[in-house]
Ligand binder design. Structure first.
Ligand code: ZN
Length: 264
């Protein structure tokens, strides 16, 4: 393998590892045509997969794919023998289905088991390009090719990076777990809109200025309780309400108040 290609493949495999959790040994699902091609070209399939993927590989074959080879009779016995050395992947298709369909089904929408697919089917390759994080190898004459990353893969990679970027701004070392705590903060920033309105209200009702407006999170026990008791008559119930509900009510209330003032 030429050095430039080797470098590109190494980079690509590290992308799959870093962004999508691929690990060695890479689980490679080999289709029946790939087995036949390897036999007819006297190609050391497993060894070459290791070279191209630049790591240890675990070749696998689904029940449906090996069934396809059985169907082709004695002439393909060497391919069957090769396939038999691979780990059998149970696909649970009771009636064997075409290998292409079987592999597409095993990969599913997310390739959650992180398979590499070794297939000679251009149709299947087209299909797999639509699913993020599916490394695909095929043979071109007697050269094994690792496909460049699909658009779906690159989009998913960028989305992942964006997530971890946000995470790193808040907590540097927690990584993905911190990302989940980020979106709610953003949402809280959203309702800033009503603030200018509440300023108006302060001017109109100087008596209430002694109470801090909408900053009651820390002092919910004192001022918060007072305020809820103010509203209790209208809301009907208040004591058992959680802090969140109170907050929401307050906001609605201020909006209503402002509306009334405007009409006056
Ligand atoms: Zn199957």
């Amino acid at each position: 393998m030429r050095q430039k290609r080797a470098k590109a493949y190494r980079k690509l495999m590290s992308l799959y590892c870093m962004s999508f959790g691929f690990r060695q040994p890479y689980q490679v699902l080999v289709d029946s045509e790939m087995c036949k091609t390897a036999i007819s070209h006297k190609y050391e399939l497993v060894k070459q997969m290791g070279v191209v993927l630049q790591g240890t590989v675990k070749p696998m074959i689904t029940q449906c794919c090996i069934h396809e080879l059985y169907l082709q009779g004695k002439s393909e016995q060497p391919s069957v023998d090769l396939a038999k050395t691979f780990e059998r992947r149970k696909c649970n298709h009771r009636e064997p289905i075409p290998g292409d369909e079987c592999l597409a089904d095993v990969v599913g929408e997310t390739n959650k088991h992180r398979y590499v697919i070794a297939t000679q089917s251009t149709e299947l390759r087209d299909k797999l390009r639509l699913i993020p994080a599916v490394p695909v190898v095929h043979m071109n004459r007697s050269v094994m090719i690792l496909e460049p990353p699909s658009d779906a893969t690159m989009d998913a990679k960028e989305a992942n990076e964006e997530k971890s970027m946000h995470a790193s701004t808040s907590e540097t070392k927690l990584g993905a777990t911190a990302a989940s705590s980020e979106p709610p903060r953003k949402k809280r920033k959203g309702p800033k809109g009503p603030n200018p309105l509440s300023v108006k209200k302060k001017k109109a009702e100087p008596l209430k200025q002694s109470k801090p407006h909408r900053t009651g999170e820390s002092s919910a026990s004192t001022t918060g309780a007072k305020r809820t008791s103010d509203r209790t008559t209208e809301e009907g119930h208040s004591e058992a309400d959680s802090g969140h509900k109170r907050k929401r009510k307050r906001k609605r209330k201020t909006m209503e108040d402002v509306g009334e003032e405007d009409s006056e």
